[in-house]
Design a protein around this ligand. Structure first.
Ligand SMILES: C[S@@+](CC[C@H](N)C(=O)[O-])C[C@H]1O[C@@H](n2cnc3c(N)ncnc32)[C@H](O)[C@@H]1O
Length: 187
């Protein structure tokens, strides 16, 4: 059973930062396993290279075997409980500090047949959450995945930006795309 990652876009616009994260998810998970839902018709082309794009919300899909990644869930996703699900639904929501806890009221409550799971209590970006979910699906338990809370991105010799989220460490380095750094330096 091929595991599908569904990113339900929940921002009012398809901001450049969203596109950067969605591209990173596509690269990480593989284009054939990623669906983007709730995408405005005028924006379909921007994501068409990175997965299957739907204008419909996942809330209208009536999926069986679906779970939701929601930081407010009391149950943690494990390699074992992930086995029975085919669809892993994530909120296309940008991080905020403090977290606004939008996933439950904007996504989970509309999908009563999908089971919510956390991957820890700390807030991750959607691309990090997708990476971690995929690691768990492939058999690595959450407590074996290294993380760093908060990263500092150097913009130039003087300025830097703090991203106050949890990042998975891949070969010791926080998981983010090079494109995001370029974007932060230019904007
Ligand atoms: C930046 S987070 C959104 C967090 C945000 N503060 C909220 O309002 O829920 C984007 C998405 O990544 C997933 N996610 C991030 N951290 C998670 C965690 N600790 N447990 C489960 N899912 C998580 C969820 O699907 C969430 O909707």
């Amino acid at each position: 059973m091929e595991k599908i990652f569904i990113i339900e876009h929940l921002e009012p616009k398809l901001w450049p930062w969203c596109i950067i994260e969605y591209k990173h998810i596509s690269k990480t998970i593989g284009k054939s396993r990623v669906w983007f839902t709730n995408i405005p018709r005028s924006q379909i082309k921007k994501l068409a290279h990175y997965g299957k794009v739907f204008t419909q919300s996942v809330k209208s899909f009536q999926l069986e075997n679906a779970c939701i990644l929601d930081p407010e869930s009391n149950t943690t996703l494990t390699p074992n409980n992930a086995k029975k699900f085919q669809y892993f639904i994530l909120g296309g929501i940008l991080g905020d500090n403090p977290p606004k806890k939008r996933t439950a009221p904007e996504l989970t409550q509309f999908l009563p047949n999908a089971k919510p799971f956390n991957i820890g209590k700390a807030q991750m970006s959607t691309d990090n959450a997708a990476y971690v979910t995929n690691k768990i699906i492939k058999g690595t338990p959450l407590n074996k995945i290294p993380f760093q809370d908060e990263i500092e991105i150097k913009i130039n010799k003087i300025e830097s930006t703090i991203l106050p989220y949890r990042y998975a460490l891949v070969k010791g380095k926080p998981f983010y795309s090079k494109e995001l750094i370029k974007y932060l330096k230019e904007n």
